[in-house]
Design a protein around this ligand. Sequence first.
Ligand code: HEM
Ligand SMILES: [Fe+2]
Length: 770
Amino acid sequence: MRIRRETLAKALVVAFVFNLVVMGAGAYLAYEQSPQRPAEVVGPDGDVIATNEDIVAGKAVFQQNSLMNHGSVLGNGAYFGADYTADALDRLTTNMREYVARERYGASSYAALDDAEQAAVNDVVERQLSAGEFGETLELTPAEAYAYGEVRESYVERYNGGDREAGIPAGFVSTPEDARRFADFAVWTAMFSAIDRPGTAHSYTNDWPYAPGAGNDAPVSALTWSVVAMVLLVGGGGLGIWLYSSVELPEPDAAGVDVPDPADVTLTPSQFAAARFVPVAAVLFLAQTLLGGLMAHYYIERGGFYGLASALGVDALSALPFAITKAWHIDLAILWIATLWLGIGLFLPPLLTGREPANQKRYVHVLLGALFVVVVGGLLGIWLGSQGYIEGALWWILGNEGLEYLEVGRLWQVGLLVGFALWTALVARGFKPLLKRESRFGLAHMIIYAGGSIGLLFAASMFYTPQTTMVVTEFWRWWVVHMWVEGAFEFFVVAVVAVALVAMNLLSRRSAEKAVMLEALLVMGAGVIGVSHHYWWIGLPDYWVPIGSVFSTLEFIPLVFILFEAIGEYRAMRDAGESFPYTLPFMFIVASGVWNFVGAGVLGFFINLPLVNYYEHGTFLTVGHAHASMFGAFGFLALGLAVYVLQFTTKRGKWDGTNLRRAFWLWNIGLAWMVFVGDVPVGFLQLETVFTGNYDAARSLAFYSRDLVQTLFWARLPGDVLLILGTALFSYDVLKKRFVRRDPTAASSDGTVISRRIFGESASAESDDD
Ligand code: HEM
Ligand SMILES: [Fe+2]
């Protein structure tokens, strides 16, 4: 079966419009059908317990204090502390039981009742929690009003008073008043996770979290659509294999091909400027892994750091609480990967076109400088903001916006957005000669579409403010996070790998284009609407369960393609033999493909079944998936591209890949260890704890303190050490290579060996339409 590029181009446009319509309607309905905040929460006597303003202020406290990086809300955030939704719901349930036991039976406590009486009490509590009605006012029963007060008190004690055993420093939330409002926010999410959505028998969150005491149990839709998803998954795997073998995509082939030697390629000044992104990324990466080590430590010793810091007169927990280390850890991950991608995007154009526009080097330096300012400002803002140093209305502009993955203040976010726009303009400028000659779906265009869509999606993070309800905030936040990792990033990876293979002369430009278009189509067709697997349990309309199950399951098809490609790339590398100059970057590209399949595919689809996700949402199974896919697929690719760039910028005869090869294996073994010895086993224990108790129990201190869990936290140590060693070795080697750097040569008028071939090829391919 031959697919014409023209057909693919049309299909891409149709897919784009379809996605826009579905997600546009989804946005409209997110505002219409998600639970609103009541103007007033009133007690049985009509006394006002909390107002809309309190709940809004509580969300601001939650964001400002980086509480989403300590624990989670609606299952999204960090897993070190409690899930505030589940925790508040559990506290409501147990306190209501006490109240009813006292009022109905005159008992001293719930525990003093016999089994039959307890069952009767449970029944009353369950009914009351499910029955409320969200309107202008939310009326509470006497038991609920009593329990509400108790939750507030415990939040003041815990988040303002501190709890070192739990890793919460005193004054974590600076005033009792703020802690009380944070409780109002948490209770509001707990209420809509329990109260039935009008016209249905389950709550606004499809009965998440699992809490039998509050009447929350897996909805039948989770079961039905898990079965559908499993059938689709098997079918999709078959379809992927059939499609791959029937579309006749050429595989890279190194046998008998004239592969350009890096030292024979002339380099322009802007390419040396682009290579500077590599050491910057190395520093960010090293900081990220060290912070990861510190976080792993906090899981074992929550109150400090071996007493070392306190011996020096510093309270480690107050100066650097888990929440800040976590915020930095994930922001740095995105930043170092992005830094390398931005660098490679700027490095490639002169390689392919053979020249660079005037002043390109200066602009690349401007971008690097701007990136530096934004990164330092953003990371500093997180610390200053969450430590309470930025007062007044500017906290979320300059300081810490405090939403997972999108932590930095809005100003820095706008800075990053401007940076992306600048980058896209610079890449387009660099590719201009090629852009003019190729079709609108040529490789240079694809790189720009993919890179540009990363920036464009980022704009969705501007659609909310601290006043927006949490449900709508989450709707948009996942537009950025999910559509990046499962859409634009995958698209970028596919496009960049294709360009690299073309530059190595292992693929023709035309066949690479076809492959990129087909994969972009598959990614777009499933991945965008696939965002709905994040919408099942957070208060958005119910129809996301069927839609999400179907579309996110279809994401398996492009992953089959990626695995096939990795196998093809491995074969090409093996056949190329000793003299092939790009074995090392190739190892990274192959590793990226394999981890993409393992991390996103195997670990992603396991937690993507609605019934599994209902119980595992916000547990270490998610962490395992996130580590394996994020570092595995995107980190390895970024590092492979860094190695590729380094090979070009190193003097002829001075290339030594020994350290980088060692780092490659340290990272692979370290990552596999961390995921399969550290994260996944803890995740399974959590799953078991949810299933046999309730969700809150799986995120409690009691769970994390269990001997077996603590042993597993220790067992992950070797993996973490290998990862840190790999990164240290990489950073050292990057530094070392600075001393064997080639001298920049001015762009020669006859281009590079690569550009001459590409332009020759494009002239002869003009009339070809397949
Ligand atoms: C390389 C591509 C991918 C990357 C980098 C990635 C990364 C992530 C990240 C960072 C999270 C959030 C983790 C957290 O909140 O702690 C996440 C969650 C999730 N991912 Fe992926 N992902 C990828 C592909 C996939 C695929 C293909 C699927 C399956 C269709 C998938 C299914 C999920 C699900 C269901 C969750 C939510 C887990 C929960 O309920 O907490 N992911 N992913
Ligand atoms: Fe996702």
